[in-house]
Design a binder for this molecule. Structure first.
Ligand code: GLN
Length: 311
């Protein structure tokens, strides 16, 4: 365990250099005012094997907010706490073909999937707790176990988002109207904003992805965080729904279950092998890190990581 100086680090550093030289247009998210202060040149990648070996290149120790990369992990905690049936009664597993903040509910009133905001707010609401504060404490503890260290909140991002998150308020209200959300709106929305504002670096998130790749056991701490069945379920949903309305193109060109966040992170997990996280704040029109997508495309083809390339 620990960082190893070896060909993997060198190969990842070379991928960063190549992608940095190419043109990948993007803009740092500014609909949450505090996110607009991110350094557009920050760029790093980390990976962690299921054996607990860590690799990194570039700014893989620079902190940023986890944002939507929290969604698969909170969904995993909800599945672990309530079971598949209870969770799937409230949140679907179908790709929505819509943007992260889309108004996306199926005919029975369930958000289409847990990886867009509507579904993620419902996932958060399913985490056991008498109110939002208790729910967030459970989420923070669970995400910290995925990461293998105690994660801290970025207060400024949290405040910025909760002061301006009107669309998420509307999505929560819609979910409340269909009965997918069954707790007071604030008791779901406040912990949702907080979970999105947890500070991580690319290495932390690679460990989190590595935990899913490793069947629910954190490859660094050895702790079982969720069951093997839950890890498989979450990776399946990430395969179909992780990259918003680019999930199909992503599967064709990269072929790895993944989830992006507006902070500029993308977490990917190759089952039985690696957790990977790329970090670069400028986003493409779909809200995915432009350089992040390019790095994972290149890593997938150079290192043979596409799940369907194995014959
Ligand atoms: N906190 C952000 C929001 O709800 C997360 C969105 C994202 O990362 N795509 O708007």
């Amino acid at each position: 365990t620990g960082f190893t100086d070896n060909p993997v680090n060198a190969a990842m550093a070379r991928v960063l250099d190549d992608v940095r030289r190419e043109d990948h247009p993007g803009a740092v998210a500014d609909y949450i005012p505090q996110l607009a202060t991110a350094d557009p040149e920050a760029f790093g990648v980390a990976s962690v094997s299921v054996h607990g070996h860590s690799y990194g290149a570039g700014d893989y120790r620079v902190p940023f907010t986890i944002q939507s990369m929290s969604k698969p992990f909170v969904y995993a905690l909800a599945l672990e706490a309530l079971g598949v049936e209870a969770v799937c009664a409230r949140i679907g597993v179908e790709p929505s073909g819509e943007a992260f903040n889309g108004i996306s509910f199926d005919p029975s009133g369930r958000p289409e999937n847990p990886l867009i905001n509507a579904g993620a707010i419902v996932s958060t609401s399913l985490i056991p707790g008498v109110d939002g504060a208790e729910r967030f404490a459970t989420i923070r503890d669970g995400l910290s176990r995925f990461a293998g260290r105690e994660l801290e909140l970025d207060e400024a991002v949290y405040r910025s988002e909760s002061e301006t998150g009107f669309r998420n308020l509307a999505l929560a209200a819609l979910a409340r109207s269909t009965d997918a959300l069954r707790v007071p709106i604030e008791d779901a929305l406040d912990p949702y904003f907080r979970q999105c504002s947890l500070l991580v670096d690319a290495h932390d998130v690679a460990v989190m992805g590595g935990t899913l790749a490793n069947g629910g056991v954190n490859p660094v701490t050895g702790e079982r965080v969720v069951s093997t069945a839950v890890a498989q379920h979450v990776l399946s949903v990430m395969t179909g729904c992780g990259m918003y309305d680019r999930s199909g193109a992503w599967m064709v060109s990269v072929g790895i279950p993944a989830k992006s966040g507006v902070g500029g992170g993308i977490v990917a997990a190759t089952p039985g092998e690696y957790g990977i996280c790329v970090f670069s704040p400028p986003l493409d029109e779909a809200g995915n890190s432009s350089r992040g997508v390019a790095v994972l495309q290149r890593m997938s083809s150079e290192f043979g990581l596409h799940l369907l390339s194995r014959s």
